[in-house]
Unconditional design. Structure first.
Length: 581
């Protein structure tokens, strides 16, 4: 195997030389013949010859996207080329080369380099979609990162957001048709039918937000033409590929959440007239309880299960999922049963779609008649005879344990939930704790939800407090970010702390987890209960949505103070470092 390898990094020192050495060693172990061109500021560069390029089976370019302009990539036009990142080589050199051999694609320089795009008319045109389970923070932060990061690379970028307020900055058919590349940064399933025939790359909102340059580099080297079917969908990051079940679950949660919020607030409003006023028929309190508890909360588990199945099998999975979720609710299997019903229905519907073979004239019957009927029948029988009883018993045991646990167990649960909420700031661990709290609302168990929301407010509030307490340790842009973070914390948006965690994770995350653990523990110790699963302190405007209010505020304040004072104490001064520079 003959290869040409080119390495570069912005400083021309560390990554460029390290990756060149690792690639050279790995190619020797693979018995490949390699010509290496290392762009370095401390040693002379020997460019690869045209003869080396001509005889190479493929070319590997290892550099950050903003270094591509200095590498004269036009000489590789027509050759199979793989664009990679230094971090990928450092992690696994041999694995990187094997992947490069498999994924190298015919290269045309003008599409990939800012140097080949001197005017806005010639710039790479990128469109995309961002979406997260709650549709609040990650959705919009990832979109902003992609737009700003793309513009810095000389690209024309427009990102559509699928947030809690619907689709914003929507892409037109003309913009999609003109796009050179589509990036889908989503933690839930989104409809990709519009992008059939376009080069498309799928990843998570976290990757797009925290490693925007890496995201663009991966998209440019790994995007494939989307054919409009799941089997031919575009590649995604390794992290995203490992979280298919998580994405399906979050799709269900995202569709369930508005129902839970509306239902919880209606129940809270009914308590304005007294905790048991709803028991008197014909009263407004009874009507509000019927709307919230009898209708909205009755729908939450079927909707959760239905949209998990929809995420897996598209529309043919919706009916089996909804029916399975309703059976989970009626048999007492609760949200755990609903989750199981959703996955059973989704994968069963997908299996039926893939394995039932019909004449072309009858193919249209499969998604609207055959699969919904067979799937609903099978899922219904499974839920009644197999899943319902044991999961119902498990849910009953869990509910009794939570409602009757002693203070020591309550504090321990609060610590666990608090740490989970603050560990990855809106990531999978955070969402797992959040889903646990929301799911228990269907069993009228409100204490875990209170601990979850209180702890989830601490990271952003704590970072805002830290920028106020130790102003001289933060540069001006961080102090401004601290103000925004504090407001986001009040709204129960943990992601406000992400800019600080991305820059200093080894100090920020432990500080947040410590404060979150204290808040979660105090919330459980005080017996705080929360009926609405979102809204932060603004839920206080709804009477009886939170109780007891004063002690709940004490729990949040205590965790915020621990995080804020703790991080202000351990943080190294950025202003001093800036002055030295």
């Amino acid at each position: 195997m003959n290869t040409v390898m080119v390495t570069a990094c912005p400083s021309g020192v560390a990554n460029s030389i390290i990756t060149a050495g690792l690639l050279e060693q790995a190619s020797k172990e693979l018995a490949w013949t390699s010509s290496i061109e290392c762009h370095s500021s401390i040693k002379d560069m020997s460019p690869v010859s045209q003869a080396d390029i001509d005889k190479a089976d493929f070319v590997v370019v290892v550099a950050e996207p903003d270094c591509h302009a200095q590498l004269d990539l036009g000489r590789f036009n027509g050759k199979p080329v793989y664009l990679g990142l230094p971090s990928e080589v450092i992690a696994n050199p041999k694995g990187f080369l094997n992947e490069a051999q498999l994924k190298a694609a015919t290269f045309t320089a003008p599409e990939y380099t800012a140097a080949a795009a001197p005017s806005s008319e010639a710039a790479l045109k990128v469109v995309g979609i961002t979406a997260c389970p709650t549709g609040v923070a990650h959705t919009f932060m990832a979109a902003e990162a992609l737009e700003e990061g793309g513009k810095a690379l000389g690209y024309q970028v427009k990102i559509e957001t699928r947030g809690s307020v619907g689709a914003k900055n929507q892409l037109s058919e003309a913009e999609i048709a003109e796009a050179d590349l589509v990036i889908i940064a989503a933690d839930i399933e989104v409809d990709l039918a519009r992008f059939k025939g376009k080069k498309l790359y799928k990843t998570s909102t976290g990757f797009a937000l925290k490693k925007t340059k890496d995201c663009y580099a991966a998209a440019l080297s790994q995007a494939t033409v989307y054919q409009g079917s799941e089997s031919s969908s575009a590649p995604s990051t390794e992290k995203a590929e490992k979280t298919g079940a998580y994405k399906h679950l979050m799709t269900g949660v995202s569709h369930m959440l508005p129902i839970v919020v509306a239902g919880g607030l209606c129940i809270a409003l009914s308590f304005i007239f007294g905790i048991e006023a709803f028991k008197e028929e014909g009263t407004l309190a009874a009507a509000l309880m019927t709307i919230g508890g009898g209708s909205a909360f009755a729908l939450m588990i079927p909707v959760l299960a239905g949209y998990i199945a929809y995420s897996i099998a598209d529309r043919p999975g919706l009916a089996p999922g909804l029916v399975g979720g309703m059976l989970a609710s009626s048999t007492g299997a609760g949200f755990l049963g609903g989750i199981l019903a959703g996955f059973i229905a989704g994968y069963l519907a997908k299996w039926l779609l893939d394995n039932i073979k019909l004449p072309a004239s009858m193919e249209a019957l499969k998604p609207i008649l055959i699969v919904p009927f067979l799937g609903t029948l099978a899922v219904g029988l499974i839920m009644i005879y197999v899943v319902g009883s044991p999961v119902s018993a498990a849910m009953t045991g869990l509910t009794e344990f939570l409602n009757n646990m002693g203070s020591a167990n309550a504090v321990l649960l609060g610590i666990i939930l608090g740490c989970m909420m603050c560990f990855d700031l809106g990531g999978p661990v955070n969402k797992a704790a959040y889903t646990f709290g929301v799911g228990l609302l269907s069993t009228q168990t409100y204490a875990p939800m209170a601990a979850v929301m209180a702890a989830g407010m601490v990271p952003a509030l704590g970072m805002g407090l830290a920028t106020f307490l130790a102003r001289n340790k933060f540069i001006e842009s961080e102090r401004e970010a601290g103000k925004a973070s504090f407001v986001l914390g009040l709204c129960f948006i943990s992601e406000g702390a992400i800019p600080f965690a991305a820059k200093d994770p080894m100090r920020v995350i432990p500080s947040c987890m410590l404060g979150g653990a204290v808040t979660g523990a105090l919330s459980m110790l005080f017996g705080a209960k929360l009926l609405a699963p979102h809204g932060g302190l603004f839920v206080l405007f709804i009477p009886n949505a939170i109780s007891p209010v004063l002690l709940y505020l004490v729990a949040i304040a205590a965790g915020t103070a621990i995080t804020g004072f703790g991080y202000a104490l351990v943080k190294k001064s950025d202003t001093a470092l800036a002055a030295k520079a």
